[in-house]
Design a protein. Sequence first.
Length: 94
Amino acid sequence: MCTGNKDVNGLNQVYDYTNANENSIRIEKSSSLGEMCFDTEDMFIEEIVVEREEYVYVQNESYSSITWTKNDYVYRVRGNLSKDEIIKIAKNIK
């Protein structure tokens, strides 16, 4: 199942995907007009570069996320995914 939300001016979008096993992935796109903040408590944080794109990878025991900026937007993918899986999804977001 997929649900999506878009704000009135189209600057922010959130899509939630859930499979039959109740595993979920959230994909967010928002205006990069503000600053990014990360909750770092009990988190592993790594800055990575994949195919010349800079990402911030964050992981704890319950989920992982990857965040990057591109074309004046901030993108984030979050879910119960491995590092390789989440990078693969991020690379395919246009």
